[in-house]
Design a protein around this ligand. Structure first.
Ligand code: ASP
Ligand code: MG
Length: 420
């Protein structure tokens, strides 16, 4: 069995949706689990609905929602003839559920409502895709992933209940995907709690859903279909001389994601690595391209990998009484950052000072500065960029650092980091 994941960009137009058919047909001998994201920017649009509702602007929420609804209906109508009526009926049920909710008053916290509203994007896209493909003779079975992926109620960043999810997914697989089809179509990014409330796994979480399925069904591979030829050693929009990387390993991908490369959702790798399942990154615009293969093995001769993380803030903390930075300072600081869900991207300690580079989440940074001001003198510098080069060479250092002044720099055998 193979698991496929198609992201929002692969289903953001009629043309691209139609393009999925031939790709799936290439694999007609295989059993496929196909995980799909919401179309294009639907998730962003639904976020706005949830916000308006929570702020008490019911009319705005309903208007914004109406737009999403008409868009999806229009797409379905353009894609189908025979299958449209059934598809519309299923879509109508999803719409009604949200409209009921929007007519209520919020009494629970924002994250809860966010998930109840935002989960809709994937339900709509998969519903349309499934009906469309069935009409086009690519028989498939649609499932509501909320009946399969069980999570806790940490809304917007829910944690997987592996035991229950495994039981449910394996239960379905035992029955077989379907009597007349080999393709199962379901949603990425969403799940449900013990109380049957919808939950989401964090933005861009569909890759993670695909990895969970791959792990549980012990798939022979997971393929993530993207709009790029393969994983590249740098963002080609910023660095036109970027090259594709044909083979990578899990460790390298985890490192790249950690430093800020937007290749694959960082949580995706572990479930694959644990079962030794290869990850393929392929191009949905041209499936004949080789793409990138990611596996467990050692790889030699990787090109320098360049990652930029903009919008950094450098927080410099100096002990107020000129005492050395000791364990208790560090403990307190880590405690503060953990409680605020702040992750340092780069950190350096000196005798009486500490420097930390963080993503610029202004509100949290001010809170951190305020809380730390009890033990430190705190200074903040904004508008910085963190450049990371893995497998650096003298030439890449020269190319990327020339003319820039570092405010902080760190270098290990494999990795150079440069904050400027
Ligand atoms: N639709 C969700 C998002 O836009 C999940 C995903 O695309 O992976 O964040
Ligand atoms: Mg996406």
């Amino acid at each position: 069995m193979k698991v496929f994941k198609f992201g929002g960009a692969s289903v953001n137009s009629i043309e691209r949706i139609k393009n999925l058919g031939p790709i799936l047909q290439e694999f007609k001998e295989d059993q496929l689990v196909v995980i799909i994201s919401a179309m294009g920017k639907t998730t962003n649009a639904l976020e706005k609905v949830a916000e308006a509702f929570f702020e008490g602007n019911r009319e705005t929420a309903l208007t914004l929602f109406h737009e999403i609804k008409t868009n999806h209906l229009a797409i379905a109508q353009q894609l189908m003839t025979r299958g449209y009526a059934d598809c519309e009926m299923q879509l109508a049920d999803f719409f009604t559920e949200i409209e009921w909710l929007l007519h209520d008053k919020p009494v629970r916290d924002f994250d809860y409502y966010y998930d109840q509203v935002v989960c809709l994007g994937e339900l709509l896209s998969t519903c349309i895709l499934s009906h469309f493909l069935n009409e086009w003779g690519i028989a498939n079975q649609w499932v509501d992933v909320r009946d399969l992926i069980r999570t806790d109620n940490n809304f917007r960043d829910a944690n997987i209940d592996w035991e229950t999810s495994t039981e449910k997914i394996q239960g379905l697989m035992k029955k077989g995907i379907g009597p007349s089809s080999k393709i199962l179509i379901t949603q990425g990014f969403i799940g449900a709690t013990d109380d049957n409330e919808s939950s989401t796994l964090g933005r861009e979480g569909s890759d993670y859903t695909a990895a969970i399925f791959a792990n549980i069904v012990e798939a022979e591979s997971l393929t993530i279909w993207k709009d790029v030829a393969a994983v590249m050693n740098a963002d080609p929009k910023v660095f036109p001389d970027a090259v594709t990387i044909p083979v990578l390993n899990y460790t390298e991908v985890i490192e790249m994601a950690y430093y800020g490369a937007q290749v694959i959702h960082p949580k995706t790798i572990k479930p694959l690595q644990n079962k030794g399942i290869p990850l393929l990154v392929k191009c949905f615009l041209d499936s004949s391209l080789a793409g990138t293969q990611i596996h467990n093995k050692q790889i030699k001769g990787l090109p320098p990998i360049i990652v930029l993380k903009p919008k950094q803030v450098l927080v410099t903390m100096t002990t107020t009484d000129f005492s050395f930075v000791g364990d208790h300072h560090m403990r307190e600081l880590y405690g503060l950052m953990e409680s605020m869900h702040l992750k340092p991207n780069l950190m350096q300690t000196g005798a009486i000072s500490l420097m930390i580079s963080l993503d610029d989440q202004s509100e949290k940074i001010s809170k951190l500065a305020q809380a730390a001001s009890g033990i430190f003198d705190v200074q903040i510098e904004k508008g910085l960029t963190l450049l990371t080069i893995r497998h650096y060479t003298a030439a890449t250092i020269e190319q990327h650092l020339a003319g820039k002044t570092a405010v902080l720099q760190q270098q290990s055998r494999e990795t150079l980091q440069f904050l400027y």
